[in-house]
Design a protein around this ligand. Sequence first.
Ligand code: FES
Length: 161
Amino acid sequence: MSFTVPAKLEAEIDELISHYPQKRSASLMLLHAVQEHFGYISHDATEWIAKKLELQPINIYELVTFYPMFRQEPAGRHQIKVCRTLSCALGGSHKLHDHFCTKLGLDAHKHGLQTTPDGKFSVEFVECLAACGTAPVMMCNDDFHEGVTSQKADEILGGCK
Ligand code: FES
């Protein structure tokens, strides 16, 4: 395995683990720390975390694949997540996703993560973001946006430096 964790990050991870009575309980915190540093959770990172917590890789892999906030591939600097669950689907999320894809030269028919060649933007559909009454809902990095029209979508893109 060629995966290397810088000493500073490993020290932070050891500190995180020390807060829990059982190492396994630190799994999500380690995933966040690794994703924040590397931008995504690679296969090697999954194995490294499992070894660190004295678990099997499947114990970490199942978390990475269950929680939508974890990525298994690099994303753009500005990550656009459009909710596609029922309320948002009825409220226009497919049109909104289509709008972003068209503006950024991406494939509107692809629901998974897509990144522009310059690495600036990623677009993907995600499941319910828990604001179903204000559909369509989306996130751009950590910013939450409700009732997003095409005009508002353009403003969001324009605000990404
Ligand atoms: S369905 Fe989109 S936020 Fe719940």
